[in-house]
Design a protein around this ligand. Sequence first.
Ligand code: NDP
Ligand code: GDR
Length: 323
Amino acid sequence: MTKTAFITGINGMDGSHLADLLLTKGYKVYGMERRSSNANDVNTKHLKDDITILNGDMTDQNSLLRCLKECNPDEVYNLAAQSFVGESWNTPEHTSEVTGIGVLRVLEAIREFNPKIRFYQASSSEMFGRMVENPAKETTPFYPRSPYGVAKLYGHWITKNYRESYNMFACSGILFNHESERRGIEFVTRKISDGVARIKLGLADHITLGNLEAKRDWGYAPDYVKAMWLMLQQDTADDYVIATGETHSIREFLDVAFKYIGINNWALYIKQDPRFMRPAEVDVLRGDYTKAKTQMEWNPDTSFENLVKKMVDNDLELLKKDI
Ligand code: NDP
Ligand code: GDR
């Protein structure tokens, strides 16, 4: 029987990769986008004939219920969020509304429309923040370091609470950083891959960044959306850490990216600006994905080096089209 999935945040990086995956599995895919003056469909343009877009907003309870009624899904993947950590200090209230309370709104809509729907919540390694335990696993205490991390923590706990209160099949994937060719340009990996490609093509002579010492556990988004789907296919609802188990600094990312285009002395091309520093930083993140590996047979397939190279190659191709 054909299953139906409803994805909030369909136009984001993960939403578009998840739609790609679910279509290959024969799902009927609906995605929610919010109204904007200009189309924001760079990541989903290739899917326009295969998916159905519904309009709604994470801050509007009725719109979420209406979307569920329109598509009658078996599975809901809640990927919509104000997802940029740095921005969450500028708009903490908005971030809490969308990224935190928005989760409650989706759960309430499901509870009212059909509590049998399986629900995936996009939780984040930012909830570990200061890393009480390294690597972090499902039982590691949380210590968020940004309004975004605090909002995600609310989303995480309300998901667990609805699972326990109403016996709903509600899971959280605690995903560590994952990137792809479709990553938003303000995130550091894409900013670097785009900047490196511009330097290679003679379109720029430097990249301006913030803290180069931060370390992240970076995986490849198409590997990670498989874990989202797997979580909703299990016999019981549970939470899982999804990570690579490796951690690399921004400096290491720069090193791989620049060396790939033949530049060794990359420090000459980097400027730093306090504008890109954060009031409170997450210095290091590393995850232990043993539970996902043993219970769901999930593994990350893409190495750090390959991830960086894929992103640089993609930006080179995109920029060459404009020259
Ligand atoms: P993106 O920022 O690429 O996508 C987020 C999506 O949410 C966008 O499509 C955005 O729409 C949409 N959105 C934002 N606000 C609203 C709103 N008020 N109503 C409806 N839609 C809205 O994020 P990613 O794809 O990278 O991440 C997906 C989810 O996973 C997010 O919840 C993120 O916080 C979480 N996450 C991501 C990780 C990562 O490393 N990528 C790691 C852990 C968790 P618009 O295009 O209109 O802005
Ligand atoms: P992050 O990703 O905050 O981990 O959140 P981001 O790429 O924004 O920052 C990673 C690290 O790089 C440092 N950094 C810079 N960051 C940005 N954006 N721009 C810069 O110029 C820059 N210079 C240095 C940051 O200080 C930080 O330490 C991502 C998002 O996808 C979240 O939604 C998700 O929950 C987490 O990953 C896991």
